[in-house]
Write a protein that binds this ligand. Structure first.
Ligand SMILES: Cc1ncc(COP(=O)(O)O)c(C=O)c1O
Length: 467
């Protein structure tokens, strides 16, 4: 296999910046491996040679390599050589089990909203677990506080105050195992609270979220979304509304300022609750995300978030910032459901936030997804300018409307065949005419870019252009 020279690295890294060379080296190498510009199996120069050729210290090279080995982007081999990992093999090298079911160790198909697992900060997480376990008092190794570990609630409250411009104190936070559980528990509280059992959902919306609410015993009332978000002029009487104001799922629009105010006024007028599903709000690429709706009225808005889009859905860790009126009932529902979330995982996440590794990861993930999204949109604009991509520069997915159901079914199947997560837009709506495809764009890179462009162009062009 090829032995790389410092010049090969300079070619993919671009010009050395005056400051923060560690991030330049680490992020540039990660991106070059992820996009296939550094081929799997190629051997990196020794840290001494690389440092001399790149004009950085050996310590900087060693720290970047260490982190990327921890993430699985590079592999450390005997006699201290370091090679480029084969990310394709790592993510697709699974054996199907009997009757088409995934075999032992096989992956389930990735969801359109899942982050790229290659970006998970493995080394930082492992460090956070080790440090957390060293510090955790024995008393915390009994049954957990069902509201969540105080240390994590404090760290999250500080993070959300800054990142989401929302008033949050540790006592407002309830730790749950994801937005899905937060919605299910709040649904239970609403259904049992005598305040009515109808809940407004956006149309279109995540089918999983809608199913979750129905399973909690609520009657779901769809209200249409247009290019300014939820149609607040069409809000019916209901006990609550579940909304995605920072980045509507799946259409990707942002709720307009006047509609934010109207939605909150609707909640205030009827003593109702807004459930703000903030699933991917911190992944905005062109500007700061709009502040959380909770900032307008903390007593009528529950803010729900999780690490699923920002770190990994495998952790099953999320939060509800709950209005005082429902907090106790919510903690009670959490206790009844599962007695509380894993303390070691909560402690590790608290460490990750407190030592700055979480913020560093978010910055890095944002840059990577922004770059990938930009490359895909540039390729679409160049080679398929008539394919309509909707939504603001944010999140992990893209939506393309298609003229008919055949194109929709064909595009979903062709994209999945190419290893790209895809869902039919019609599955997200109660409205018959909604046709299109939701694409898991976060993982689209390298040779997948022209393939996705080709599929979307053929789907938009009609049956005769599909091979
Ligand atoms: C819009 C939306 N809300 C909520 C969820 C559930 O997320 P969690 O993994 O935090 O339960 C998802 C998952 O994909 C989603 O797309």
């Amino acid at each position: 296999m090829r032995r790389l020279q410092p010049e090969d690295l300079l070619l993919v890294l671009g010009a050395r910046p005056p400051t923060d060379v560690g991030a330049w080296l680490r992020d540039g190498l990660r991106d070059a491996v992820a996009t296939g510009r550094l081929e799997p199996g190629a051997t990196l120069p020794s840290s001494r040679t690389a440092a001399a050729g790149l004009g950085v210290s050996r310590g900087t090279v060693a720290a970047a390599v260490d982190e990327l080995v921890g993430e699985g982007v590079l592999e450390s081999r005997p006699r201290s050589s370091v090679v480029v990992a084969d990310l394709d093999r790592r993510s697709h090298g699974t054996t199907p089990g009997p009757a088409g079911r995934p075999g032992p160790g096989a992956e389930r198909p990735a969801s359109v909203g899942a982050p790229d697992p290659a970006l998970f900060p493995r080394a930082a997480w492992a460090r956070a677990v080790r440090d957390a376990m060293r510090e955790l008092p024995d008393a915390e190794l009994g049954y957990p506080d069902p509201q969540g570990l105080l240390g994590l609630r404090r760290a999250l409250a500080a993070h959300l105050r800054t990142a989401r411009a929302a008033p949050v104190e540790a006592e407002d936070v309830v730790i749950v195992s994801g937005v899905a559980q937060g919605l299910a528990l709040l649904g239970e509280v609403l259904a049992g609270g005598g305040g009515g059992d109808r809940v407004v959902v956006e149309d279109p919306a995540s089918p999983g979220v809608v199913a979750q609410l129905r399973d909690s015993g609520l009657e779901v009332v769809p209200v249409p979304v247009d290019d300014r978000g939820l149609r607040t002029d069409a809000l019916p009487d209901a006990a609550a509304a579940v909304v995605t104001p920072a980045h509507q799922f799946p259409l990707g629009v942002v709720l307009a300022p006047d509609r934010r105010r109207e939605l909150v006024a609707w909640a205030q007028a009827g003593g109702r609750l807004v459930l703000e599903d903030d699933y991917d709000a911190e992944l905005r690429y062109d500007r700061q995300p709009v502040g959380a709706l909770r900032g307008l009225d903390p007593e009528h808005v529950a803010l729900l978030g999780s690490v699923s889009k920002l770190l990994s859905p495998a952790l099953r860790l999320g939060w509800v910032v709950a209005p005082a009126e429902v907090r106790e009932a919510l903690v009670d529902a959490k206790r009844r459901a599962d007695l509380g979330c894993s303390v070691p995982e909560q402690a590790a996440f608290a460490r990750l936030i407190a030592d700055g590794a979480y913020a560093r990861h978010l910055r890095r993930a944002r840059l990577t997804y922004k770059r990938r999204r930009g490359l895909l949109l540039d390729a679409l604009a160049r080679d398929a300018p008539h394919v309509p991509v909707e939504g603001v520069a944010a999140g992990l997915h893209l939506v393309v409307r298609l003229p008919d159901g055949d194109g929709e079914a064909w595009a979903v199947s062709a994209l999945r065949g190419a290893g790209v997560p895809a869902e039919p837009l019609s599955g997200t709506s109660a409205h018959d005419g909604t046709r299109g495809v939701v694409v898991g764009a976060a993982r689209v890179q390298g040779t997948a870019v022209p393939r996705v462009v080709e599929i979307l162009r053929a789907a938009a062009d009609g049956a005769e252009s599909r091979a």
